[in-house]
Design a binder for this molecule. Structure first.
Ligand code: HEM
Length: 166
């Protein structure tokens, strides 16, 4: 036990997501999507991301937007492949683990996996460019990853909440 504290509230979430996006922007595979495709204005976006994670981790009613729609739009410009999702999850998991430990940290990781699986499944059916279906290979691979991830993280007694896309 490394003495890491659990995620305690909004301030911890802000520090956590700041560190996660620092890594994601610098990542050889993911950085391109944030920097070149979305041209994400991170300081402007962080409050929204914090609202999202506060809703997910603490079941707070802080997030009412459509996160899936944001990623479907993104996916129409650059395919969000199973490899990208896997990398995203890897970065999220290691960042959470390095900073925190406890039930809220576990929930942050579990829900990220569930949401990523759900997004991946739905994106596999979404167009990658206006009017063009995703290549069959991408669809099949995404479905496989989504199934694997769902199977790995599905715990009894959990239900999707309104704040979670999917
Ligand atoms: C391949 C994986 C992913 C990539 C490349 C990615 C990238 C992005 C980008 C570029 C944005 C900003 C889009 C814009 O406003 O123009 C965004 C927003 C967001 N992402 Fe992701 N994302 C990924 C997976 C996920 C996952 C798995 C989650 C949740 C567990 C997530 C949660 C969010 C949220 C909450 C927002 C803000 C949506 C809003 O504006 O309300 N993302 N993502």
């Amino acid at each position: 036990m490394g003495g890491r504290a659990d995620i305690g509230g909004r301030a911890d979430i802000a520090a956590l997501v700041t560190e996660f996006y620092r890594r994601a922007f610098a990542d050889p595979r993911l950085g391109h999507v944030f920097v070149d495709v979305a041209r994400l204005d991170l300081p402007a976006h962080l409050p929204v991301i914090c609202d999202f994670w506060q809703a997910v981790i603490f079941r707070a009613g802080t997030y009412r937007r459509n996160a899936f729609g944001v990623h479907a739009d993104l996916h129409s410009r650059v395919p969000l492949t199973p490899e990208l999702f896997a990398r995203w999850l890897e970065l999220w998991t290691t960042t959470v683990d390095e900073l925190h430990s406890g039930p809220h940290a576990d929930r942050a990781k579990l829900q990220a996996h569930r949401i990523a699986a759900s997004m991946g499944r739905r994106l596999a059916e979404a167009p990658t460019a206006p009017g063009t279906p995703a290549p069959a290979s991408t669809r099949a691979a995404t479905a496989t990853v989504a199934t694997a991830v769902t199977t790995a993280v599905t715990a009894p007694g959990r239900h999707r909440r309104p704040s979670e896309p999917g």
